[in-house]
Design a protein around this ligand. Structure first.
Ligand SMILES: Cc1cc2nc3c(=O)[nH]c(=O)nc-3n(C[C@H](O)[C@H](O)[C@H](O)COP(=O)(O)O)c2cc1C
Length: 331
């Protein structure tokens, strides 16, 4: 499978980390980088309105170490007037790429006309994309869902509009607006989008294993994959897919689950101010705990902790009493 080249950015292997609120931050990115196999990292969604006022040296959303690249910054906006200043801020932050969120189904976001509701307002979406294209020469991508309901013509017209306005790459979370994560993603719809546009299309949704990655690529015909929750549960999943599906040489990691958890805690403690640590540990644990048969118990014990020390002590007790099925990730 080919690397993706958009403008001056090479995405190799074509495996992208999904933007995830509260999850896709520096500590998670560093854990994944330790295993390798990620072609493009991401931030969580950032408000285009608030971004210019954020202090990047203390903001937990903007924290980034030198190792974290290439890194795409995702903007959430419903207003093209916010784009100009947001792009200036991203230039200063040395963003490697910019993504526009047109897929978030949350009603809190939709109330402001942002996220997936933009797919129902193509003229608004066009204005935002056109302004973004005008204001940056960075690689520009858009992340969408399949729309509100099955309407292939409308979906294709929306994607063609994005391409026509100068978007360099499109990511498709293969679910309709109201579909929950419990539903199987509809990867086949991505194949229809591929028929009508020439820019690289990235498939997203429901990839939790090498087998899922192979099936998703076959069914969707996509140029690459974006992994979200699967890579939080198994931060080595990128490396496994890169090795097995894309034939990249990446050495087999040797680390136990408690080692990985401990490395995550250390990174939080080293890089984040105390007030920002616990909420991020709770967010990560919710997913990482799924490696264990009784992981819900780990997740709930950490969730109800009121300090980092308490959470770590509870996690250590859990690890001592519970052996995972995956003991060493190299096995
Ligand atoms: C906790 C959480 C937060 C998310 N936040 C964002 C976000 O900030 N921006 C975005 O475009 N999508 C967001 N998403 C959606 C993911 O990027 C992705 O599309 C979705 O999880 C499906 O991929 P997956 O099955 O690989 O997890 C979020 C998903 C989760 C679970």
């Amino acid at each position: 499978m080919q690397a993706i080249q958009i403008r001056n950015l090479r995405i190799d292997p074509p495996l992208l980390l999904a933007p995830m609120l509260g999850l896709t931050h520096s500590a998670l990115r560093l854990i994944m980088l330790g295993f390798g196999g990620v072609g493009l990292l991401s931030t969580e969604m950032l408000s285009a309105k608030r971004l210019p006022g954020e202090n990047s040296s203390i903001s937990p959303y903007l924290l980034r170490t030198e190792r974290e690249g290439p890194l795409s910054y995702q903007l959430l906006t419903s207003n093209d007037k916010e784009i100009d200043r947001a792009m200036d801020a991203l230039q200063l932050l040395k963003a490697d790429a910019v993504d526009l969120n047109m897929g978030c189904p949350s009603s809190a976001v939709g109330k402001f006309g942002a996220g997936v509701v933009l797919m129902e307002q193509p003229e608004e979406a066009r204005r935002i994309v056109a302004e973004a294209r005008l204001r940056t020469s960075l690689p520009l991508s858009v992340k969408i869902r399949l729309g509100s309901y099955a309407d292939s013509r409308k979906l294709k017209a929306f994607c063609s509009m994005l391409e026509g306005e100068g978007v360099d790459m499109l990511t498709v979370h293969a679910r309709f607006k109201h579909e929950s994560f419990a539903r199987r993603p509809r990867w086949a719809y991505i194949a229809e989008i591929k028929e009508c546009i020439k820019i690289p299309v990235i498939a997203n949704g429901g990839v939790f294993s090498v087998e899922d990655a192979e099936t998703c690529l076959r069914v969707s015909g996509a140029d690459g994959l974006m992994l979200g929750r699967g890579a939080v549960i198994r931060p080595w999943l990128f490396a496994e897919i890169a090795r097995t599906v894309f034939g990249r040489y990446i050495s087999e990691p040797v680390a136990s689950l408690p080692d990985i958890y401990s490395a995550f805690v250390q990174t939080l403690n080293a890089n984040y101010r105390p007030v920002y640590r616990l909420v991020r540990l709770k967010g990560f644990t919710k997913y990482f705990a799924q490696n264990y048969k009784f992981g819900h118990s780990l997740a709930s014990r950490v969730q109800s902790s009121s300090s980092m020390d308490e959470a770590i002590e509870r996690a250590c007790t859990f690890f001592a009493n519970n052996k995972s099925e995956i003991n060493y990730v190299s096995q």
